[in-house]
Design a protein around this ligand. Structure first.
Ligand SMILES: C[S@@+](CC[C@H](N)C(=O)[O-])C[C@H]1O[C@@H](n2cnc3c(N)ncnc32)[C@H](O)[C@@H]1O
Length: 293
């Protein structure tokens, strides 16, 4: 168990030997024995109660009550400087949509969590709707437990549109006006979703792109910190955590997903796991080779 009282040497040994703690288990059972305040980042995407193969559809009230239990346990596990990122889309019932971030937001506020960003994740591919506009975004609610939270902007900066732009008047005339490390990525994130032609595609019907979790890991944690995904699926969050020397904790109730997560972690360790690089531009058919030259 991660313990802040461990010596540096013991901690190093611990990270080298057991960076990933993954179980095929219900998330409440997995989380209850974990130490209070042990997780720097909890990042997850729960079922949306829309009848996917891994969930049983239930009345919205029952779904929310179940989410309340999981969220409550997550808040207990979160460090005072920690962040909780809940990635959701819409629950759909009889053609009517219920944006789950709106539905679930009060549950986080009840625990005193503070919303820092409502990140819009835009992607190009998905179902083509005939009676409403096709959905091409989902959201990530990023909450912190306190005002004193970890946030690193530099590792997640993206290239500026005009990197050589300079002040043309005033005391800084002639100096670069932007940050040479790039600009703040903003709160609209464009990452391809993991469909059949995506390099990360596995058996899971709706996995996270690893690059999306990498951005959260780099911004919201430090090296050696613990990252938990209580609905880990095929372990995309664990992979992102391990790629950046964090410790990953995760569980899922479907044995095939947990097995795949273990295989992905093994592939990461032997250098054979392929992930889409964080800074690769999105394919643009108007450019030569889609801009991937
Ligand atoms: C939207 S998927 C998450 C996919 C994941 N982000 C990934 O990249 O693979 C939700 C996952 O929650 C799992 N799940 C559902 N109920 C669960 C429970 N009570 N405890 C743990 N996992 C659960 C499902 O099996 C499913 O894989």
């Amino acid at each position: 168990m991660y313990n802040t009282a461990m010596t540096t040497a013991a901690l190093f040994q611990f990270h080298r030997e057991s960076q990933a703690h993954m179980r095929c288990q219900d998330n409440l059972d997995f989380m209850r024995p974990l130490a209070t305040g042990s997780m720097q980042l909890i990042v997850t995407s729960p079922p949306y109660n829309i009848g996917k193969s891994y969930e049983s559809r239930k009345p919205l009230e029952s779904y929310v009550a179940q989410q309340a239990q999981v969220i409550s346990e997550c808040v207990r596990l979160l460090r005072p400087s920690g962040s909780l990122c809940w990635q959701v889309g819409n629950h759909v019932q009889d053609g009517e949509i219920f944006p789950l971030d709106l539905v679930l937001y009060p549950l986080f506020r009840e625990h005193g969590l503070r919303l820092r960003n409502r990140i819009v994740w835009h992607f190009e591919h998905g179902l083509h709707c005939s009676k409403r506009l096709s959905g091409r975004y989902e959201t990530i609610l990023w909450f912190t437990k306190s005002e004193d939270y970890v946030f690193h902007l530099d590792p997640i900066r993206v290239p500026a549109k005009y990197p050589g732009k300079k002040y043309f008047k005033g005391p800084k005339i002639g100096q670069l006006s932007g940050n040479p490390l790039g600009k703040n990525p903003g709160d609209v994130w464009i990452f391809p979703n993991v469909k059949n032609n995506h390099v990360e595609k596995t058996v899971h019907p709706c996995q996270f792109p690893v690059e999306l979790v990498e951005r959260l890991v780099l911004a919201l944690t430090n090296r050696g910190d613990a990252v938990l995904d209580p609905y880990m699926g095929v372990g995309s969050s664990i992979v992102a955590a391990l790629m950046h020397d964090r410790v990953g904790y995760g569980c899922d109730i479907v044995p095939e997903y947990v097995q795949t997560a273990q295989e992905r972690v093994a592939a990461l360790r032997d250098g054979s796991l392929r992930t889409r690089p964080m800074h690769k531009p999105v394919y643009d058919p108007s450019l030569p080779k889609g801009g991937h030259a």
